[in-house]
Design a protein around this ligand. Sequence first.
Ligand SMILES: Nc1ncnc2c1ncn2[C@@H]1O[C@H](COP(=O)(O)OP(=O)(O)OP(=O)(O)O)[C@@H](O)[C@H]1O
Ligand SMILES: [Mg+2]
Length: 369
Amino acid sequence: MIRVSGLDKVYETAERDAVRALAGIDFEVREGEFYVLLGPSGCGKSTTLRCIAGFEEPTGGVIQIGDQVVFSGVDGINVQPARRDFGIVFQSYAIWPHMDVFHNVSFPLVHGQGSRPPRRVVRERVMRVLELTQLQDLADRPAPFLSGGQQQRVALARALVREPSVLLLDEPLSNLDAKLREEMRVQIRDITKRLNITSIYVTHDQLEALTMADRVSVMSAGKIMQEDSPLEIYKHPAGRFVAQFIGVANLIPGLIESVGDGHMGRVATAVGVFDCTLSGGLRGGDPAALMIRPEDAVVQPEDRKEGSGNVVRGEVQSVVFVGEMLDCILSLSGLDLRIKVHPSKTLTVGETVAVHVPPERCHAIAGTA
Ligand SMILES: Nc1ncnc2c1ncn2[C@@H]1O[C@H](COP(=O)(O)OP(=O)(O)OP(=O)(O)O)[C@@H](O)[C@H]1O
Ligand SMILES: [Mg+2]
């Protein structure tokens, strides 16, 4: 439904050196898919979205929305935003304070590109999206008398009223408080799925990406580092950047000892030998970092402390009770291992414990830790 290939963007500025915001971005979004661009501030997420919308002219590459090539550097195609088939929602709601909810939402229908539909059709379509966004009872409410969450829903309704085939969202929840953000995450995904609308959602919040996305692209410095389902990205990050950007990752330096079947292999580290999954392309003798997520390290019962493989012993350095778990740091001959432990367990600072990590729950990535 959306195809972006070789997308490049260089910002030329008078005051400072040119900025290469995008360095050859490629991705495709399938029809009805909820696709998330995730990455730290300045990595080029908004630039990508703005290029798709046509608010920014790329330096090179091709962008296709449905059957329409909307930008092609080589062919000199650059379709103006009003002629591209999308709705967009920004972080700032950008709704008009002097209008009520109904008129904010009907605005693109009445004043947008193309002929103005009859009044009855406008009313029907506005009421349909107001219902979808649970605003039907607020149609007459002036915009200044809306809460943040309601204003963001008005912005969403307005983006949907022309029934675009593509919805672009740039950090739409950043201005909302945590509780409301959580609710809106579910609502936005639910609405786009019900309409089978193809969505690209930009965020720097890993939790939004993990909970909302069908697929995620993790970006850094104008490039896509990895594209996959949230679960795959979390369990099998392709490299150090992705491992550390999403969730908490312990990284232990080592060397690949052997490569087995089905992405399994063995890594030798200073704290022991581990059977684990391997990122693509790793071979025997390669330097690697063994990634262990805190929730995957299981404290062994007393009588099983001398287990075989995938076990490390360490001294408890700190224990912090954070409600649903104990956040602990173990010291393993100079290395720190952060682990999550069920709060029913008692761990004492200074005691030595053994922890086991199942082979399918630890993962080796390329490079030194
Ligand atoms: N109009 C502009 N002129 C010059 N440089 C720009 C312009 N817009 C963005 N940049 C630069 O391009 C890079 C990418 O910016 P972009 O806004 O796409 O990042 P982002 O990933 O959306 O970040 P954030 O999470 O902070 O919104 C940054 O280095 C930024 O400073
Ligand atoms: Mg941005």
